[in-house]
Each structure stands twice: as structure tokens, then as C-alpha cells.
Design a protein around this ligand. Structure first.
Ligand code: S3P
Length: 431
């Protein structure tokens, strides 16, 4: 795709699409609950549709009627062995969380995904799930496909995670519902807590205190109505777009504003962003807000420590903001980026340096020397949705015509990206 940048202003009002993490969890928890879970504002992206397919393959009745999903829960022990292997596509969240549920079943399963999934590390879930009694075979002890064999003795554990990962935590939490006794998980820093909030909402006995989660499996999850908040990760492309493109002024409705997800807003505020938050409300244990974003002069910043898990998926687009800021931005403690859909330290640095930005890859992050001169370039997708959308925004800022090699991966998280973009500009003029 060609993008003619340099003279683009974003103006207007958009609605955030359903949150990907919460959409996955609503299907998973709904499937193993008692009763019918009704889901509104579900994200119909490739990743989330793969989660639906997997539970249908295991005998769960899932109806979609006018974009509303009805999941007939089968209870903790009602899933059936699938006739075929379970396919997660590109979704790390699906394979890691569903493995927790599969480890609690009385049948064995094989679960696999595309070539990018085959490079994602699974030892991080295999280790704690095995401590609980799960029986998982993998390639080289770390990579998919995974064979999950039935186990007849599952026990709760006390587990101290060495990385702050919501996928690892949630995988353990799902298996804890099948285990005997209490499970206690301690995180180094708090990662997104949607599983905790949703399990609590579904009636599970769960206590959250600072970075510790305690689950007592004595109460089974009961179906609920879930309204999925908008995805702050998806709209972060438009937030940064509005901040860096001259004279922009946009309003975004229905943004999920859970504290474990809004690190990007904290960081952009420190950089000097003009972002106004209003209409704060709460739906099924999750905060939702509207926001107004205006073109701003940004300054460099240091990003490290506890905020990293709260903005982990937004680092590529934060790097775009930092490229247009005045001064130096240093991002540290973010080596998890190397094991995402692409090595996001490498893919971000490669693309932005091809646009003339003075940016350097470090062992656990990057150093960006901001400048207002960002050049049109030939950009690479690395098959990674968040890299593609970040680079489209960078290309809007650059004077001249940039080219991006492949935009298909956007489907994994934001199928309506261009439709939403067209509410803010007439994109045809700039292609
Ligand atoms: C997710 C957790 C994060 C995030 C991913 C979605 C989730 O991954 O990067 O996009 O839904 O739990 P990690 O748990 O590997 O950090």
C-alpha cells in the first residue's frame, strides 16, 4: 500500500472497537460457566474468531445474532473432545489461555497455530501448569504445537512469576478452577487484570491484593451479560496520530480505561500530550471513558519498570510519537517485545530508522532521538498488525510517498481500522 503523507490532519469522532483481550476471555469463561453468557460489542477479528471456533469445536453452542454473541455455557466439565486439532491462528492469547482450560479436561487435545505462533515461547505456561499436575508435550519443551494430555490429579500452587505476563497468569487462573485447593499467583509488576475482574464478575472466589491473586475453586463461574469496553490498544494509533499530525482534533468514545491498560496515556501525558478524559463509567467491573485528543508538542521521556506491562502492546506507536517529539526517549525493561507477533524492538527500530529517525536498538528496548524530520520510506510489516498500523501513522507524518509491503495482518486485531480512519480523513486522497 502507498501512503502520501506530510499534509494530513485528523478531525472528527470515532468509536473504539471491542477490546481483544476481553473478547477472548468472555468466550472462554462463558463456555465453561453454567448458563448463557451474552456478549455485546465483541471484537470480530481473526484472533477472537479463532477462539470462538475452538470452543465450537469442543461442542459449545455459540450463536451470533445481530453482532450479539450468545454462549451456552457447558460448565467446567462439559467440553467435548474435538474431532480435529484446535487452531489458534496468530493468537498467543488463545493458545496460552486455552491451554490452561485444556489441562483440566478428561480428554487429550492438540492445539496449534500459524508459523508465527510456532515461534512463541510456551515454556512460561508449561512450567506452572505442569507444577499443578498438567501433562503437556511441546516442540523442544517450549514451542507449539502443544499436546495436552488428560491428568487425573490437579492441585493449586503458589507461583511467583518472573515475567509480568497476563497470558501466563490467566492460563494458571483458568486451570486453578479445576484444581484441588487454593492457587496463589504473585507477579513482579501488575499486568492486565481482565481475567481477575471477569472471574470475579462471574462469581468466582478470587482476591486481588497488589500483585498477588488468590483463587479458591470452590465456587463455579456463573454466566453473565458482558459489555466489552473499547480497545485502548487499537485506538492508540489514532491517539498518537492526532497528537503528531498538525491541527488534529479528535474525540474517541467508549475507550476501556482499566488502570492496567492505560500506561500509554500516563506516558503521553508526561510527554506533554493534550488528552482530555471525560464521561467515566463502569461496566461489568471495567472502567470506560471518552476522550478528546489535540495536536500537541511532545517531549522525550524515559519509559521503564512498572509501566511497561501497562503499555506493552503500545510501544511501537509510542516509538512513533517519540520520533516526532523533542529530545530523547529511552525505553527500558521491555525485552518481552522480542517474543510478540514479531520482534517488535527490531521491527520498530528498522522501520523508523529507514524513515531517517535517529533510533538505536538496545538489549531491552530502544533509544529514540526525536526530530520533526521524518522521511517517506519503504516500510516492512513483519507480519505484525501493530507494526503495520504504527507505520501507517508514521507514514502520515512523513512528507512524500511511503510504501508498506503487506497490510493483511491488521485483520488479527482491528478489521475496521480503515473504516474508522475514513471517519477522520478521506483516506482515498492519500493512497
Ligand atoms: C494479552 C497479554 C499480553 C499482550 C497481548 C494480550 C492478554 O501478552 O501483549 O497482546 O490478552 O492477556 P503477555 O501476557 O505475553 O505480556
Amino acid at each position: 500500500m502507498n501512503i502520501r503523507g506530510g499534509n494530513i490532519t485528523l478531525k472528527g469522532e470515532i468509536i473504539a472497537p471491542g477490546d481483544k483481550s476481553i473478547s477472548h476471555r468472555a468466550i472462554m469463561l462463558g463456555a465453561i460457566s453454567e448458563g448463557e453468557t451474552i456478549i455485546h460489542n465483541f471484537l470480530f477479528s481473526e484472533d477472537c474468531i479463532n477462539t470462538i471456533n475452538i470452543f465450537e469445536d469442543m461442542g459449545v453452542n455459540i450463536k451470533i445474532d445481530n453482532k450479539i454473541i450468545k454462549v451456552k455455557g457447558v460448565g467446567l466439565n462439559g467440553l467435548k473432545k474435538s474431532a480435529k486439532k484446535l487452531y489458534v491462528g496468530n493468537s498467543g492469547t488463545t493458545i496460552r489461555l486455552v491451554s490452561g482450560i485444556l489441562s483440566g479436561q478428561k480428554f487429550s487435545t492438540e492445539i496449534l497455530g500459524d508459523s508465527s505462533i510456532n515461534r512463541r515461547p510456551m515454556k512460561r505456561i508449561i512450567e506452572p501448569l505442569s507444577m499443578m499436575g498438567a501433562n503437556i508435550k511441546s516442540k523442544d519443551g517450549n514451542y507449539p504445537p502443544l499436546k495436552i494430555l488428560s491428568s487425573n490429579k490437579l492441585n493449586g500452587i503458589k507461583y511467583k512469576q518472573n515475567i509480568a505476563s497476563a497470558q501466563v497468569k490467566s492460563s494458571i487462573m483458568f486451570l486453578s478452577l479445576y484444581a484441588k485447593g487454593i492457587t496463589k499467583i504473585i507477579e513482579p509488576y501488575k499486568s492486565r487484570d481482565h481475567t481477575e475482574r471477569m472471574m470475579k464478575y462471574f462469581g468466582v472466589d478470587i482476591v486481588q491484593k497488589n500483585n498477588t491473586i488468590i483463587i479458591n475453586p470452590k465456587i463455579k463461574p456463573l454466566a453473565k451479560e458482558v459489555i466489552v469496553p473499547g480497545d485502548i490498544s487499537s485506538i492508540s494509533f489514532f491517539i498518537v496520530g492526532a497528537l503528531i499530525l498538525k491541527d488534529s482534533h479528535i474525540t474517541i468514545r467508549n475507550v476501556g480505561y482499566n488502570i492496567t491498560r492505560r500506561g500509554i496515556i500516563d506516558v503521553l501525558n508526561t510527554m506533554g500530550a493534550n488528552i482530555k478524559i471525560f464521561n467515566c463509567r463502569n461496566k461489568n467491573n471495567e472502567e470506560i471513558v471518552d476522550m478528546e485528543v489535540k495536536y500537541s508538542r511532545l517531549n522525550g521521556v524515559e519509559i521503564k519498570g512498572e509501566v511497561i506491562p501497562r503499555l506493552i502492546d503500545e510501544i511501537p506507536i509510542i516509538a512513533v510519537a517519540a520520533s516526532c517529539a523533542e529530545g530523547k526517549t529511552v525505553i527500558k525493561n521491555a525485552s518481552e517485545l522480542k517474543v510478540k507477533e514479531s520482534n517488535r524492538i527490531f521491527s520498530t527500530v528498522q522501520n523508523l530508522s529507514s524513515m531517517g529517525i535517529n533510533i538505536e536498538e538496545t538489549d531491552d528496548g530502544m533509544i529514540i532521538n526525536g526530530s520533526n524530520k521524518i522521511l517517506a520510506a519503504s516500510l516492512k510489516s513483519y507480519g505484525d498488525h501493530r507494526i503495520v498500523m504504527s507505520m501507517i501513522i508514521a507514514a502520515f507524518k512523513a512528507k512524500g510517498t511511503s510504501n508498506i509491503d503487506d497490510i493483511n495482518s491488521i485483520e488479527t486485531s482491528y478489521p475496521d481500522f480503515f473504516k474508522t480512519l475514513n471517519k477522520l480523513i478521506d483516506f482515498n486522497e492519500f493512497k
